[in-house]
Ligand binder design. Sequence first.
Ligand SMILES: Cc1ncc(COP(=O)(O)O)c(C=O)c1O
Length: 390
Amino acid sequence: MFDFDQIIERKSDKCRKWDHDFVCSRFGDVPEDFIPLWIADMDFTSPPAVIEGFQRIVAHGTFGYTWCFEDFYAAVVGFQQQRHQVSVDPSWITLTYGTVSTLHYTVQAFCQPGDWVMMNTPVYDPFAMAAERQGVRVLANPLRAENNRYQLDFTLMEEQLRTHRPKLYFFCSPHNPSGRIWRAEEIRQVSELCQRYGVILMIDEVHAEHILEGTFVSSLASGCAAHDNLILLTSPNKAFNLGGLKTSYSIIPDARLRQRFRQQLEKNSITSPNIFGVWGIILAYQQGLPWLDALNQYLRGNALWLTDAISTHFPQWQMMNPESSYLAWVDVSRDPRSATELTQHFARQAGVVIEDGSHYVQNGENYLRINFGTQRVWLEQAIQRMVKHY
Ligand SMILES: Cc1ncc(COP(=O)(O)O)c(C=O)c1O
């Protein structure tokens, strides 16, 4: 029904991932026929229902100011209920202009320069940018890789919370870069520690829709995270490839917390949505689920294929099992070359553009990140080229 093997020509659409000049500005002299497996952007068109909905808006031809009308709240409530079995009160929802900018506003709303924001590293780099750009310090709680799977260090976490008293805890669930899905018990423990030490818990659930193995547990699930200090940030952008629309939303059950958060948005006039952004959420959430299920099946196949290819051709590398998302996180610490040397070599010699983990917030230096959200044939060709030029 949905053909994820179909190659989509993307060199002309000015996406960062496929633009030769842009890629050369980041990775040096990369051959023209490069295969990009870097930035977290998939090579699939969005669900047909989303595209058709946008086409109707375009055909109508007026793009005036809009507002968060009822259908937006209904779409979020319905999606969260159907997909994650949680009941969201519409009053908890606030539309925002992308999760990354919202991380920044969240720091502005709740921190003063010199405060700490805690996070488990390695983690998505904008977590640290959002803090540091406001003069707020990053308190890193390193994840421990045990049997090639990340674990939280609760003892150290409590010690850090007690001694540094951070204002915010940024928790990535599921985790980017590893795809690790946190169990209810783990989320609950993080939440309880935050409550004990008076810390606001921001949980980023942007990667919750691509579940390849296991079960995702929403922070809103009953008995999981406490509601009085929780800020949930998410968007359909990863799931449905809508990142360029720069629209997202927050769910904040506690009225006082929500009010402070909204005041910060209002100070910056984050009030009415982009017309495609708000419709993108409605269309994807209300009509995109069959497509999402089919996509997840395709991504599962890609993950298995890549795991097998890496263990066959690069036995000294170790790929973590991606329980979610479409990013492979590969430990190359036993390779004689560093991750940075490997990525430069593959980009320039093989024309395969992957990233090393050094841009993540700490502890990612020995890892490669490979984006497998693409047609299988690109993965096959990329691995062939990497093997040839290794
Ligand atoms: C953990 C995480 N949060 C947020 C984002 C970006 O979300 P948005 O498109 O809603 O800004 C990404 C994108 O890669 C991500 O990995």
